[in-house]
Ligand binder design. Sequence first.
Ligand SMILES: [Zn+2]
Length: 410
Amino acid sequence: MTITKTLAFVLALAPLLALAAPKNIIVMVPDGTGMATLTVARQVKGAPLTLDRAIYGAVQTASASSSITDSAAAATAMSCGARTTNGAVAMDTERRPLKTFGEWAKENGKAVGIVTTDTIVGATPSAFSVHAASRHDADTLIEGQIGSGFEVFLGGGRKHLTPERAEWLRARGYALPADAAGLREAKGKLFGLFADDTLTAMVERRSGKPCDEPTLPEMAGKALEILSQDPDGFFLLIEGAQVDHGAHVHDLPWSVYELLTFDDTVAQVLAFAEKHPDTVVLIAPDHETGGLTLSIPEPKPGARAEVIRSTTSKRGKGVNSKDWFVRYTTGGHTGVDVFLAGNDRDVRPFLNSDFPKALAGREPERLPELQGKTLQEGGAVWLETPDGKRLRANRDAVYVKETGKWYARP
Ligand SMILES: [Zn+2]
């Protein structure tokens, strides 16, 4: 072929090549992290962050219902490729379930892992794995997660793991480690919940609070060890949830030490990706929380800025303030853009809902609806299908109680 013809041939192939999904896909979400938190964390560390070298873009975060997204709608966009109503978990604006990134990966023969410092039924881990009309519907979320068949769930939220659910998981070959030592020993499929609610904050651990829970890097390392054994590759979600939690209550040290630990996890994940070709790592916060700004030490007399010397933490040691004052502008989320980072600068989502397409050529997909009769039996809801099968709500099929409709889970 002539050079011109070769070029034309390559260009014709380019859209097809762009659709091929990488073998391993890792999405990392530092929940609620804005640029100002990065600035403070860098100063506290006294050295550049790993993220400093990995950031290459920005992401817009608005949801279908608000220019200020919540975590559920943001994670739904990143996982399913469609913007939705705040509060909805992997459902569209009409409460119809959308295929999650985890479900897509499983369908494509990949192993799936979900890792978080939040409870496992938090909005972010949930929207990458299961479905609920409301992010607060913990029972629906955990039922979906235990029935998902995913290989790894690690985080908090042990109070949701009833003895019946734990027994059900053990019968299906899951190990249920309860502390850091147990996690180190564990092999095979894992459902490890290490605290009744969210995991202990890093600022508390640094301040000497006794803690037998694993850290985010320890959980991520174990997930990579297990998932990387699948010859078809894997999908892994890693959420650093508590930058958001600190920002909601204006506790800067809480956020900063969570971000530094998240940054250590980024270093570990990027090192894994270097050793394992065809691994794409995409990192972006779901939104910014708190509206943190950094300003000069002495505001002009009469300026109405409410300046907080936020050097202490209600949870333990503070961070050293050098020459900045910090000011939070809200107790909630903001609508500002967030950073985009990762190991492949050709993966360029501009909206949070571009993630599935940019990562794997995926378009948003609704789950197929199922027909049958809804029954209540033995404290659970079931679907009796026309061919006489019984499917348990959320463990076997997605049941949207708000609409009374059933959907096949991938
Ligand atoms: Zn969030």
